[in-house]
Design a protein around this ligand. Structure first.
Ligand SMILES: [Zn+2]
Length: 202
């Protein structure tokens, strides 16, 4: 879809009224086109989403979705077509889906990312390496839920906050901060991992 000169002019006026800055004609064309591209993308996603929800009425247990490059809402593996499973909780890989069906992990992990930690997040938030996390698990200080892979191997590990009361803090709050070169980056609230303190005292 191509924007008309009239629409560009309107966009220029709205922008000036709202932000007090007059965009050059080129800037206005760029910005209006970006905005439209974004709106189109949102609209297409909305339509796709509605279609899937309708299909759920017919297949309430879920179904594979067509297309490539989806991401599992639990392990974040990139999945396509027959590797996907879609239901009202989101898009999952078949391995994670199976773990949900076997009730090894609760279905809430998909929608509520703040209810659990993955292995890499211990390092990301607290600077605690996987080897240390595994040691805590062996010592019985941390409870882990395992998503099993092939031949009894561990495919993915989930640490539920509710499984570890008093040990796992709630997820650190994030905020956007501006860096010196005027870029934005995410910063996290500093939280000391309780078990790390235990270790030092020994
Ligand atoms: Zn997965």
């Amino acid at each position: 879809m191509q924007l008309t000169d009239k629409q560009i002019k309107e966009f220029q006026d709205i922008y000036e009224k709202k932000y007090g800055k007059k965009l050059s004609w080129e800037e206005a064309i760029d910005a209006a086109n970006n905005l439209m591209g974004f709106a189109e993308l949102l609209f297409k996603s909305y339509i796709t989403d509605q279609g899937r929800k309708e299909k759920l009425g017919k297949y309430p247990k879920g179904f594979h979705i067509e297309g490539e490059g989806y991401s599992c809402c639990i392990c974040h593996k990139t999945i396509s077509n027959q590797e996907t499973w879609y239901d009202k909780y989101g898009i999952k890989c078949l391995i994670c889906q199976k773990a949900i069906e076997k009730r090894l992990i609760p279905v809430s992990v998909c929608k509520n990312k703040d209810s659990w930690y993955s292995m890499w997040e211990f390092d990301y938030y607290f600077g605690v390496k996987p080897s240390t996390v595994r040691k805590f698990v062996r010592q019985g200080k941390l409870k882990v839920r395992i998503v099993p892979g092939e031949k009894g191997k561990t495919y993915f590990e989930i640490f539920l906050i509710k499984d570890n009361p008093g040990v796992l803090p709630k997820k650190p709050e994030s905020r956007l901060v501006e860096t010196e070169d005027r870029m934005m980056r995410v910063e996290y609230e500093k939280i000391v991992f309780p078990l790390s303190e235990d270790q030092k005292n020994k």
